[in-house]
Every structure is written in structure tokens, then in C-alpha cells.
Design a protein around this ligand. Structure first.
Ligand SMILES: C[S@@+](CC[C@H](N)C(=O)[O-])C[C@H]1O[C@@H](n2cnc3c(N)ncnc32)[C@H](O)[C@@H]1O
Length: 224
């Protein structure tokens, strides 16, 4: 998979994606990641990228030209990359979206700053994504979140069974897990996990996943 990020802060990439599982995904060649400085497409001597909103209002907006020209250069329409705009008003990013994106050969993530972006840019975007109902200062952290979630789903990046077992993969939260020691500060690992009975362990895990989901995220059980 190829991933391009359009940002005013290319130094934020790969950032945390250089470590651990995403770091291995990038080092192994399962994916490539390149951050492009939107200022390279800025206007005039000062490489200006922002301006005041028509009609007034607080703050500045990212102008359309730097973003649209960067998209033309990095991901021309006929090359088929999926153009994603990070935006609080976008589709809520979740594990099913991550799975869909993991099947794409080329993702292009646009990270606005300021009060957002000139609305005309949306006309050349394929998908708008929000990582939750709160406002961050820019699209870079949301882009890092999206990329991390996608990289771990690429074939061969982690143990094949793990992504299928994790929270949300089955529509449920993950069951409780334990490692050694079997008892710590009076807290014992459930006997069933020490029993060696594979079938019972599976039944217990399924029941625990259901119980935990019902208790803390009942909304997941009412989704289709
Ligand atoms: C300060 S925010 C702009 C918020 C915008 N004025 C609004 O009210 O929707 C700047 C940029 O950060 C990014 N951003 C902030 N929160 C986000 C979220 N929850 N999900 C995705 N992107 C977000 C978006 O790219 C946004 O354009």
C-alpha cells in the first residue's frame, strides 16, 4: 500500500508510526508513507496557504489552490488513489472503515489546519473522515490514527489471528486477557484459562466479550 499525506507539518510523520507494529509495517515494505509539505504549493514569495473567510468570522482557512494542486501532483485523478479529507464533520472512523481502507492500494490523506479548508476542496475528495466528536487543532493526529489502524490490518503485519480477535472485529469488545503470574496481590486468573480445555476457554471468552460489550458499549449490540 502507498500512503501520501498532505500537511503543513510534514515533520509530524512518521512520528509514532516509526515504532512497534506500524514501524515494522513500514520497514518491511508492506506500506510506504510519504508526507508532503502543502507549502510547496503555496502562493507567492511567502508560499502563503491561508486566507480570511469570505463573509467574515473567526480565524483563517486553508486556500483551495495549494491543496488542489498538491492533489493533482501527488495523486492525479487517473492514478486512482483514494483521497481522504480529515474533518470533524466526516464519516465516523471505525474498524469497519479501517478494514475497507486496508484493501485500497493508495491512500491520500489531506490534513487541514486553521479553521478548516475552503469548501470547494470537498469536490475533489472521495471520503471525509472524523475520528470522533471533538475538535483537534489539525488533521495530522487524526491521520496518524487512521494510518495506524490501517497498517496493522495489512497482510503479514501482525499474527493473522490477532486482528480477527480484537475489539470491534466481531462487533464485540475483546474478552479479558491475562498473563503470568497466575495470582498477583490476591487477584487470580480465572481457572478456566488455566484448565487447558480449548473449547471451554473459547466459550468463556465469547461469554465475557458479550457481557463486557453489554455492560460498557451496549450500542455495539444494536448495530447491524
Ligand atoms: C480547528 S479544526 C477546524 C474545525 C472546524 N472549524 C469545525 O468547526 O468543524 C482544524 C482541522 O483539524 C482537523 N480535525 C479536528 N478535529 C477533527 C476530528 N475530530 N476528526 C478529524 N479531523 C479533525 C480537521 O482537518 C480540521 O479542518
Amino acid at each position: 500500500m502507498r500512503i501520501d499525506v498532505l500537511t503543513l507539518f510534514p515533520g509530524l510523520f512518521p512520528g509514532p508510526l516509526a515504532e512497534s507494529i506500524p514501524g515494522r509495517a513500514l520497514a518491511s515494505g508492506a506500506a510506504s508513507l510519504q508526507a508532503h509539505d502543502l507549502r510547496d504549493w503555496g502562493l507567492g514569495r511567502h508560499r502563503s496557504v491561508d486566507d480570511y473567510p469570505y463573509g467574515g468570522g473567526a480565524g483563517m482557512l486553508l486556500r483551495p489552490e495549494p491543496v488542489m494542486e498538491a492533489l493533482d501532483a501527488v495523486a492525479p485523478r487517473d492514478a486512482g488513489g483514494l483521497r481522504i479529507l480529515l474533518d470533524p464533520g466526516g464519516t465516523r472512523f471505525d474498524q469497519s472503515v479501517a478494514r475497507r481502507l486496508a484493501d485500497e492500494p493508495h491512500l491520500v490523506l489531506v490534513c487541514p489546519r486553521y479553521e478548516g479548508i475552503d469548501d470547494r476542496v470537498r469536490s475533489v475528495i472521495d471520503l471525509e473522515l472524523s475520528i470522533g466528536d471533538y475538535v483537534l487543532s489539525g488533521g495530522e493526529i487524526p491521520a496518524l490514527v487512521v494510518i495506524d489502524a490501517v497498517l496493522r490490518l495489512l497482510p503479514g503485519v501482525i499474527d493473522e489471528a490477532s486482528p480477527e480477535d480484537e475489539s470491534f472485529a466481531t462487533g464485540l469488545l475483546e474478552y479479558p486477557q491475562y498473563t503470568r503470574p497466575a495470582e498477583y496481590r490476591g487477584l487470580r486468573v480465572p481457572d478456566v484459562l488455566l484448565s487447558g480445555h480449548h473449547g471451554e476457554v473459547e466459550r468463556w471468552r465469547r461469554a465475557q466479550a458479550l457481557e463486557r460489550t453489554r455492560r460498557v458499549r451496549p450500542d455495539l449490540l444494536s448495530q447491524d
